[in-house]
Ligand binder design. Sequence first.
Ligand code: NAP
Ligand code: ZN
Length: 354
Amino acid sequence: MSKPRAYSVKAYSAAAAAAPLAPASIPRREPTDRDVQLEILYCGVCHSDLHFARNEWHFTQYPAVPGHEIVGRVTKVGPKVTKFKPGDIAGVGCLVDADLDCPYCRRGLEQFSPSMVMTYGSMDKHLGLPTYGGYSEGIVVDEHFVLRIPANLELAAVAPLLCAGITTYSPLRRAKIGPGKKVGVVGLGGLGHMGVKFARAFGARVVVFTTSPAKRDDALRLGAHEVVVSTNADEMAKHAGSFDFILDCVSADHDLNTYLGQLAPDGNLTLVGAPEKPIPVASFALIMGRKSLSGSLIGGLPETQEMLDLCGAHGIVADIEMIRMGQINDAYERMLKSDVKYRFVIDMASLKAG
Ligand code: NAP
Ligand code: ZN
């Protein structure tokens, strides 16, 4: 494989864990045979972007360009691309490459492939350089990792589906959530609010656990049947031992044992939140009631397309607050205060203009 030429695009990057994000220029490869080049229109702001920019997961290489909830317009395609043509609207999530030949790729579980390349924080095998995310003007991605966007949805509000959407859709599907199941969603942020929408759309009884009493009305509007303020012992006691499934979407340190106590026997708590520090689990919280604790990582490409198509059919999108690229550092501070309603999305025209 000969090395493609690189060209520069404008981006926002962090130079160090303690540095704010600032304008930068980053390399992209000229599209190879199977590549799709996108002009990025919108990019969602995931809490993972913040963990990564600040090296909270201890693998960040700098400069770091976050962003993996990308919606854009196709500007160029390689000669072997079949799914897209210039002018099409398309999406890119957390994955941009993998071998497509290992047992996981063959099952549509590219996120578990040993050769999986993340949108940021991995190595681009073409250029031999780090991958840089969607806080940028454009991106070049193998067409297998580019998603079709239903034409009827508002584009900016689609962007968060590429990570927050699939990350909550996949474990709910895997747990066969539907009518007759009682589902708890912990943490009403970007992931949590999508979890509520999906669990409700699948026909479950949905309860939101929040540390923010002011989000009660929003939680009900988003689809919850009930809201529990997790710091209120009486509200927590009312539901103890009653859930089939709990989806934990919390980004910071919190007590998992409290939520294991909310599960019914044989219930499952799935962690999608990825806080910096390990979380202690009391063995009796699992043993009593044969409960299980699992994790889940985004979803593969076929399931992501399935989720987008379902969102098109049912008119499901994220509730978003649009920001300009230059507001990203303030948005991170608000995210840390759990003050996001319920996903920031960057209007990428503001990067071009700025
Ligand atoms: P977010 O929008 O910031 O939402 C996180 C929510 O957690 C907050 O809104 C808040 O909800 C709750 N929370 C925050 N601090 C808390 C604390 N100290 N104690 C209890 N609750 C607290 O974040 P997000 O973008 O949804 O991401 C959530 C987590 O999922 C992050 O760790 C992210 O890295 C991870 N993630 C994982 C995957 C995956 O594939 N597994 C994919 C994407 C993101 P309330 O105000 O309702 O309490
Ligand atoms: Zn994400």
